[in-house]
Design a protein around this ligand. Structure first.
Ligand SMILES: *[C@@H]1O[C@H](CO)[C@@H](O)[C@H](O)[C@H]1NC(C)=O
Ligand SMILES: *[C@@H]1O[C@H](CO)[C@@H](O)[C@H](O)[C@H]1NC(C)=O
Ligand SMILES: *[C@@H]1O[C@H](CO)[C@@H](O)[C@H](O)[C@H]1NC(C)=O
Ligand SMILES: *[C@@H]1O[C@H](CO)[C@@H](O)[C@H](O)[C@H]1NC(C)=O
Length: 376
C-alpha cells in the first residue's frame, strides 16, 4: 500500500493543529472525516472545529455558478447540520456567480449564512429552505440584490440578524417575525420605507446611507424593544414630531450624523433612556431654541449625551436657557467636542456674557447676589 501522507494545517481559534500523518488508515473512513475529501470539495473548504465539533464551509474561492454547484454535487456530508456557510468575495472582479442555485445545499442546514461580493440580484424564497429551522444569522451584504423575499422571513423562526447592506433593494415592506432582533439595510440608496412595519422583537435598526429625506411620523413607534437607530449619512433636514419615537422607552443610541438637520420639533424624540446617546454630528443646526430643544434636553439631562460637533452653532441668546439652567446642568450633556461656529467650546462659554446680552435685568433675578457662575 502506498503510504499516505496528508498534511493539513487547520487553524481553529488561533491554535495551529499539527499536521496529521496517517498511514494505511485502518478504518475505512474518508481521511478528512467528518469533512468530505478536500480535493472533491475544492474550491470550497470544509473546516472542522474540534472544540465544539461543528463543521463550517468556506466557498470564498468560488467565482462561478458552476463551481459552486459542482463542489456540492461531488461530496456527501455525514451530518446535515453545519455551523456556517461563507462565500465572501469582496474585492474580486472575476466573480460571475449570480445565483445560489435551487438545490445547491441539498438537505444541509446552516446556523449562519454569509454571502457577499457576488452578482446575485434575486434571492428566491427557496434558496435556503433547508435552513428554515436553524438559521440565526443571514448576511447578504454587498451583492446586487434587487429582490429579497421578505415574505419568507417568517419561515425562519430562529433568525435574529438580517444584514442586507449595500444592495439595490427598492423597498422595505412589512417584516413578520417573532425572532428578528437586528435588521441592517444600510446603503440601499432610495429605498422606499412607506410600507415598512417592523417585527416586534426588533432591537437594532440600521438605515444609513439610504438618501432618506423624510421619515414618517411614528416610524419606529410599534417596536417595543427598540434600543438603537442608525440613520447616519442620509438627507434628513427636519425631524418632525415623533420621528425618533418608540414606545419601548429604551432608546439608547440614536445616530443622525452627516444629515442636513437644521431644526427639530418639540416632540421629535420620545422614549430615550436617561443615559442615551443622541449623535447629530455634521448637521446644520444653528440655533438651540428652547421651544424646539427643551423636550430632548428633558430626556437627556443630566446623564445622557447630545453630540452636536461640526454644526454651525450660533451660541447666541437662542441658547441662554441652557446657560442659565440650574448649576448649568444642561451643559453636561454636551461632549467637549461641541463647539460654536466661532470655534469656542460650548462648555467654556461665559455666562456673564449671556447675562449682559440676553436678559433685560442683567441676571439680577437669576443670580440675585451677583453670583453669576464663573467659567472654570
Ligand atoms: C482574476 O483573473 C485573472 C486572470 O485569470 C487573474 O490573474 C487574477 O488574479 C484574478 N483576480 C483575483 C482577485 O482572483
Ligand atoms: C422584549 O424583550 C423582553 C426582554 O428581553 C422579552 O421578554 C420580550 O419577549 C421582548 N418582546 C418581544 C415582542 O419580542
Ligand atoms: C458631512 O455631511 C455631508 C452631507 O450632509 C457629507 O457630504 C460630508 O462628507 C460629511 N462630512 C464628513 C467629514 O463626513
Ligand atoms: C451686569 O453685571 C455685571 C456684574 O455685576 C457687570 O460687570 C456688568 O457691567 C453688567 N452689565 C450691564 C450691561 O449692565
Amino acid at each position: 500500500m502506498v503510504l499516505k501522507v496528508v498534511v493539513t494545517c487547520v487553524v481553529v481559534l488561533g491554535v495551529v493543529v499539527t499536521p496529521v500523518i496517517t498511514s494505511e488508515d485502518p478504518i475505512s473512513q474518508p481521511r478528512d472525516w467528518p469533512c468530505p475529501d478536500a480535493n472533491d470539495f475544492y474550491p470550497c473548504l470544509c473546516i472542522y472545529d474540534e472544540l465544539d465539533h461543528t463543521l463550517s464551509i468556506d466557498c470564498s474561492l468560488v467565482e462561478t455558478n458552476e463551481e459552486l454547484a459542482q463542489a456540492f454535487e461531488n461530496v456527501v456530508f455525514p451530518f446535515t447540520y453545519l455551523k456556517e456557510f461563507k462565500l465572501e468575495q469582496d474585492a474580486n472582479p472575476n466573480v460571475s456567480l449570480d445565483t445560489v442555485g435551487l438545490n445547491t445545499f441539498q438537505d444541509l442546514t446552516f446556523e449562519r449564512i454569509i454571502i457577499s461580493g457576488t452578482k446575485i440580484e434575486i434571492i428566491f424564497e427557496e434558496d435556503f429552505y433547508g435552513s428554515h429551522e436553524t438559521l440565526t444569522y443571514l448576511n447578504l451584504q454587498n451583492n446586487k440584490i434587487k429582490h429579497f423575499p421578505f415574505i419568507s422571513v417568517q419561515l425562519y423562526p430562529s433568525l435574529q440578524t438580517l444584514i442586507l447592506d449595500d444592495n439595490q433593494i427598492p423597498s422595505l415592506p412589512e417584516i413578520q417575525s417573532d425572532s428578528l432582533e437586528i435588521l441592517s439595510i444600510n446603503g440601499n440608496g432610495g429605498i422606499q420605507l412607506d410600507d415598512f412595519l417592523g417585527p416586534p422583537a426588533l432591537q437594532e435598526i440600521y438605515l444609513a446611507r439610504n438618501q432618506i429625506e423624510l421619515l414618517q411620523v411614528n416610524f419606529f413607534w410599534n417596536l417595543p424593544n427598540l434600543t438603537l437607530v442608525d440613520l447616519q449619512r442620509n438627507e434628513i433636514s427636519i425631524l418632525d414630531e415623533y420621528t425618533i419615537a418608540s414606545q419601548s422607552n429604551a432608546l439608547a443610541s440614536i445616530n443622525l450624523d452627516h444629515n442636513k438637520i437644521s431644526s427639530i420639533r418639540h416632540d421629535a424624540f420620545h422614549g430615550l433612556l436617561p443615559d442615551a446617546v443622541v449623535s447629530m454630528r455634521n448637521n446644520t443646526v444653528v440655533e438651540l431654541d428652547e421651544d424646539s430643544w427643551s423636550h430632548l434636553f428633558t430626556q437627556l439631562v443630566p446623564t445622557g449625551t447630545l453630540d452636536l460637533a461640526d454644526n454651525p452653532l450660533n451660541c447666541g441668546c437662542d441658547m441662554d436657557w441652557i446657560m442659565f439652567s440650574p448649576n448649568q446642568i444642561d451643559l453636561r450633556i454636551f461632549p467637549d467636542t461641541t463647539t460654536c461656529s466661532s470655534g469656542n467650546q460650548i462648555v467654556d462659554l461665559d455666562v456673564q456674557f449671556f447675562c449682559d446680552r440676553c436678559l433685560p435685568n442683567n441676571c439680577s433675578t437669576l443670580y440675585p447676589a451677583g453670583n453669576v457662575p464663573q467659567r472654570t
